[in-house]
Structures are given as structure tokens and as C-alpha cells.
Design a protein around this ligand. Sequence first.
Ligand SMILES: [Zn+2]
Length: 275
Amino acid sequence: MLRLVARSLIFVLLTLATQIGGLAYLAALGLARLLRVRHQALRLGLFLLCYGAASISAMLAVPSLGRVPLPCFAGNQQALAAQSPLYCVLNRNYVTPELREAAQALAEHVDTEFPGTTTLALDGGFPFLDGFPLLPHLSHGNGLALDVAYYYEDAESRFRNGVTRSPIGYFAFEQPAASDVHPCLAQQNGLSLRWDFDALQPLFPNYRLERQRTGAALRWLATAGVTRFGVRSVFIEPHLKQSLGVNSSHIRFQGCRAARHDDHLHIQLGRSGGV
Ligand SMILES: [Zn+2]
């Protein structure tokens, strides 16, 4: 009984984290029984084999289903990359072809303005099924949403290419000054995904937002991103929108019940790919 509960839990967790991991786990369990594999290390190997095969199959199958993977690594001709290969390993790097095109055009624009700049993608979506939740996000269920890391510089104002303050690109917040807009001060109670992670903040390196590249990315998203690539909205905290001087109704606040967006940008495409 305990084993069944543990296996169910593992199945659910793998499914929530990677979508296809739960099925790969069931396949590995079946194979282990069939082949009479009892050693834990061999069972783990069997799971990794099944998971790898499922991930490669997903990558090959999804283009016909309207999703494509974002690049996992930067290269000579590639200014867009996953912030960590882990996003690819976990199958969280899938978006629609239109959104991949938009993200690549954004990365190329920033790289043209500031040569040698890599734009880092965070969570995109899972490979299969519209509406399948990509936790802990409220959206990201249909391939039309992509999170992008901010650009950073060190304490000596040197741009740090391909580097984020947080090891996963999330949760290292740019704190608003006391004089900045604080739209959620009165609404901090109740159920909300607006986590502050105050205890984590001192652990992150002392990098600062690189404002030129971040501003250029936002301006491109609000102009060419909207008109040529169908960007519907970009989520950002009001204090950053104000300090970066980007005035566009497409660059907006996500509200107080959703995650903060002063650690990353959220790009949302319209359903039709149009504005
Ligand atoms: Zn997002």
C-alpha cells in the first residue's frame, strides 16, 4: 500500500514537473517488472532511458502538433538560449512556432544593438496538450507564453552575458525604492502567487539590472514585437516600467495575485498570432 502511494506521488510529481516524466516512470516500472530488474540503480537507469526516449520522441513529434522547442544552447548564429539546459531536460522549453520566431527576433535585435548578447529563455510550455498547467504559472498552458530573463551587470557596471542573479533565473527580485509605485501593498493577504521570497534575496549575487539591454528589449517588444510578431502583452512590475521609461499599453502589470515580474519578463502572444 505504502509503495503504491509512493509510486503515485512520484508519478504526479514527474507529470507536473515535466509532463511526460510520469508516463516514462510507468513505462520504466513496467519494463523493470518484465525484465525482472530489482537493483535500484538499474531501475533508475531504466527510467532515465525511458525519459530520454520520451523526450526525444516529443521533440520529433511536436512540430506537427503546433509546438516547437526553443534552443537549449547559444551559438555563433544563435543569440537565444535556455537560461539552463535544465529547462530543456524538463521539457519546459516548448512554444508555438510564432512565439519562437518572436523570441529569436528579439534576441537578434538585442544582439545587433549590443553585439555578443545572449537572451535567456526561462519557462515556455510543455510539448503536448493545450491547457495542461505548467506550475507554478497561471498561464503557459498553450505555448503562447514565454518567460525571458533580464540582462544583468556586475557591481562594476560590466555586462555579464548569459548570467542571471538567481541560479534558475527566477525569484531574484529588483526591489522597488520607497518612492516607487507599490501597487500591492494593500493586498498582501489571501491566496496569491505573488511570492516575495525575502529570505532568499541576500543569497543572490550583487548584480544589477543592465538597463540598456533590458530597455532595448522592452522597446522592441512594444513596437516590432507587437506589429510584426503578434506580441499581445509583456508583464513587468510598474516600478521597472517607470524607471526604464517604456510607455506602451502592451507593457503592463500582471496584477497582485500573480507572480512578481521584477525578476523576469513574461511575453504573451495573441491566440491568432496577430495583435
Ligand atoms: Zn510567465
